[in-house]
Design a protein around this ligand. Structure first.
Ligand code: NAD
Ligand code: DAU
Length: 350
């Protein structure tokens, strides 16, 4: 069946991989990428698909309700996959309101338009909200987040994502809007903006700059290759149960310090440096306030109900990622110029 799918945040890290997957895998669909092109949005991420006959781009801010209406009207939008968000925890600590605006009000703007335009026909349309495991808060040393874990967000970022999740669910319950929700663990891969741990540290290793490890480095994250997140979204969008949520993750937990040491060791080989050279850049810095100790996703539901599982091991994914950054130095230079430097000074000034 032909669809006209609005993918929000398609110029960002994960969104660009979702756009590429849908544009190439589903030539019968029209894919409309709606993105405000904030500091995190970059059309360079989509150069290889921008001329595809089924791809469209709309530079729109999701805070602009009228502009969203016009995009729905112009492209006859049948479905939404919503990724546009402010996504970095550290920035949310500096500027919480930006996260309230985009992540909550922006999401409600999209929900309102979908509700009004699809009224009377909700069974034929789907709003897929892409969310995070951070809404569940922090785990201790044991256990996993499941779909029924109570929400307990700790950062302004995760609180704003939790708020958006609740609004999506409420529009389903109150108005009958068709929706699915995915809560994913930490992604990594090509096009990752170098404010997040893995791409930041790859960039700093290349430039021989300090690697700022927060606190004691014993915090744990569950890492998933971004293309596997995109296939999970594809799977849930097409086959997920209406009004249901799915946790997405790779059963791949790493303490930050172990991950950083692995990264240093691989980079030493790739850059023909002596073993141990990059690890000397590791610098312990003051901790992130409200730092969640551990995230770990139980991804059995999406695996058992929908047959999804990751396609690469962490070692394979990391290799692809590091090679991508080493081969795309121009991309890295472009995104780390300008405002990036100001952000860096503010975040890492001791
Ligand atoms: P990102 O920061 O790389 O990209 C966000 C995109 O949204 C950018 O292209 C930006 O221009 C756009 N955007 C921001 N504000 C906007 C606005 N007001 N109007 C229109 N567009 C706007 O983010 P990401 O890491 O790709 O994350 C995408 C989504 O996935 C987010 O909703 C995030 O919460 C979720 N998520 C991310 C991860 C992760 O590890 N990165 C894990 C789980 C879930
Ligand atoms: O779990 C999913 C979430 O993963 C997503 O919802 C977020 O959008 C995404 O940014 C990510 O959040 P994290 O806060 O876990 O990712 P980040 O890369 O910022 O940090 C990963 C870990 O590394 C975390 O424990 C903090 C630590 N860290 C991070 C940075 C940037 C450092 O020690 N030093 C750093 O400089």
């Amino acid at each position: 069946m032909s669809k006209s799918i609005l993918i929000t945040g398609g110029a960002g890290f994960i969104g660009s991989h979702v756009v590429r997957l849908f544009v190439t895998k589903y030539p019968q669909y029209t894919i409309v990428n709606l993105d405000a092109l904030t500091y995190a949005g970059n059309l360079e991420n989509l150069r290889d698909v921008e001329k595809a006959p089924n791809y469209r781009f709309e530079k729109v801010n999701i805070l602009d309700a009228d502009a969203i209406e016009q995009v729905f009207e112009k492209h006859g939008i049948t479905d939404v996959i919503h990724l546009a968000a402010e996504s970095h925890v550290d920035r949310s600590i500096h500027s919480p309101l930006d996260f309230v605006y985009t992540n909550i009000i922006g999401t409600v703007n999209l929900l309102n338009t979908a509700k009004n335009r699809w009224k009377g026909n909700y069974g034929h349309h789907r709003f897929h909200h892409v969310s995070t495991d951070e809404v569940f808060g922090s785990l201790g040393a044991e256990g996993f987040f499941t779909e029924t874990t109570p929400y307990a967000p700790n950062s302004p970022y995760s609180a704003s994502k939790a708020g958006s999740d609740h609004f999506v669910r409420a529009y389903g319950e109150t108005y009958g809007l068709g929706y699915v929700l995915t809560n994913c663990s930490n992604n990594y891969g090509p096009n990752h903006f170098p404010e997040k741990l893995i791409p930041l540290f790859i960039n700093n290793i290349i430039e021989r700059k300090p690697l700022p490890v927060y606190g004691d480095g014993k915090y744990t994250r569950d890492w998933l290759f971004v293309i596997d997140h995109a296939t999970a979204i594809d799977t849930v969008f097409h086959n997920g149960k209406n009004h249901d949520s799915y946790n997405v993750g790779g059963f791949n937990e790493w303490q930050n310090i172990d991950l950083v040491k692995l990264l240093c060791s691989i980079m030493d080989k790739k850059l023909n440096r002596a073993e141990g050279e990059s690890a000397q850049l590791i610098t312990y810095v003051k901790d992130r306030p409200g730092h969640d100790l551990r995230y770990a996703i139980d991804a059995s539901k999406i695996n058992m109900e929908l047959g999804w599982s990751p396609s690469v091991t962490f070692e394979q994914g990391l290799e692809i990622t590091i090679d991508w950054f080493l081969n795309n130095s121009e991309w890295l230079a472009n995104v780390t110029s300008g405002n990036y430097q100001q952000y860096y000074q503010k975040q890492y000034a001791q």
